[in-house]
Design a protein around this ligand. Structure first.
Ligand code: PMP
Length: 368
């Protein structure tokens, strides 16, 4: 899509990266770290200042306390954390449960670990968890469930009740939860609850997050995990030989960002994203798309069938070549029920308001 967008000078609402800069004081912290000589390999499990900052951040957010030296790990982005956790915790033949649609690295990680994926669909437009279906996927080979809340690409934020029900199944079947929470700060009409906060789940949840979305530096690739020491150690065992250590000066700068940012920063971030979300949702509705209003993340899924008879790939091609707006065909995020995704389109709204306004003007052409 990015290539097609470039060829057609399209406004790129496809891939999820901001077209604006993150906070300048964090960039300054990175420059300071480089100049202060934080330029050699970091501790493989994470720079001491960052693991301490992560533990502090999680404690402030959820009240959960983690030992920085044994219960926190650092990775080159959440993506490497996902890979290391699956390599470290899954044996060939183990089964792993994903919700569908999924962040596309999940099945790839499972494949590289030799694990067998099972999919539980979240269906447009409410993306409710079908607990009966979920339960039917569990058996004696099930080792892990991968959760993503707030959820890409649906914008769903799992609530406490759903997490409790999912957690019960995991406890019953002695299953570990890998909880991808990279959008933890981007929630609008909901509260982010981590699976680790559900009673009885801290001891079987490895939670992952990263600096990319929260601080608008997706290119930094600084990620972390928190969880009980044996789960962190398993992910670390793989990380040791996947990347060994993550960029030292950016770890130091991220530690500074986590220590410095409090409620005021996160509230401001959410307010900006809420305005972008509301603007885009309104435009998409006006031009005739059926929208599932996201409660979290910076993505929105919409059903285009009132406007277009083909599948999602043909629709996004048309949107890009004829209207100059690039989006993602979500069928790539489905394995079990790809037809669910073939009627949908995903837009990213992590863009400046002027980018969104320019996209809106072009999207108006769809209504004609
Ligand atoms: N998890 C999800 C659900 C994501 O959407 C993304 C980014 N698209 C990531 C993980 C990647 O995070 P990072 O850049 O820290 O590797």
């Amino acid at each position: 899509m990015t290539r097609l967008a470039l060829d057609h000078e399209a406004i790129n609402l496809s891939q999820g990266f901001p077209d604006f800069e993150g906070p300048p004081f964090i960039v300054e912290a990175a420059v300071d770290a480089l100049r202060a000589g934080h330029n050699q390999y970091a501790r493989s499990q994470g720079h001491p200042t960052l693991v301490r900052a992560v533990a502090g951040h999680i404690e402030r957010r959820s009240g959960l306390s983690y030992d920085p030296l044994t219960e926190v790990g650092v990775f080159s982005g959440c993506t490497e954390g996902l890979m290391s956790a699956m390599l470290g915790l899954l044996d060939p033949g183990d089964e792993v449960v994903f919700f569908e649609p999924f962040y596309d690295s999940y099945p790839a990680c499972a494949a590289m670990a030799g694990a067998v994926p099972r999919y539980c669909p979240l269906r447009f437009p409410d993306f409710a968890v079908d607990l009966e279906h979920l339960e039917s996927l569990f058996n004696e080979r099930t080792r892990m469930l991968v959760l993503n809340t707030p959820h890409n690409p649906t914008g769903k934020v799992f609530d406490r009740e759903e997490l409790t029900a999912i957690g019960e199944l995991c406890r019953e079947h002695d299953v570990v939860v890998l909880s991808d929470e990279v959008y933890e700060q981007l929630v609008y009409d909901a509260t982010h609850v981590s699976m680790a906060e559900i009673p009885g789940m801290r001891e079987r949840t490895l939670a992952l997050s990263s600096a990319g979305k929260t601080f608008s530096f997706t290119g930094w690739k600084i990620g972390w995990c928190t969880g009980p020491a044996p789960l962190v150690a398993a992910a670390q065992a793989a990380h040791q030989f996947v990347t060994f250590a993550t960029a030292t000066p950016l770890q130091v700068a991220t530690a500074h960002a986590l220590d410095a940012c409090g409620a005021e920063f996160y509230d401001g971030l959410r307010a900006e994203y809420r305005a972008r979300r509301d603007f885009l949702v309104d435009v998409l509705r006006r031009v005739g798309l059926r929208v599932a209003v996201p409660r979290g993340t910076y993505f929105v899924l919409a059903d285009f069938r009132d406007l277009w008879e083909g599948d999602d790939v043909s629709f996004v091609r048309h949107l890009c070549t004829e209207h100059g707006v690039a989006a993602i065909p979500p069928s790539v995020f489905y394995k079990a029920e790809p037809e669910e995704g073939r009627r949908l389109v995903r837009f990213a709204f992590c863009k400046r308001m002027e980018t969104l306004r320019a996209a809106a003007q072009r999207l108006e052409g769809l209504a004609k």
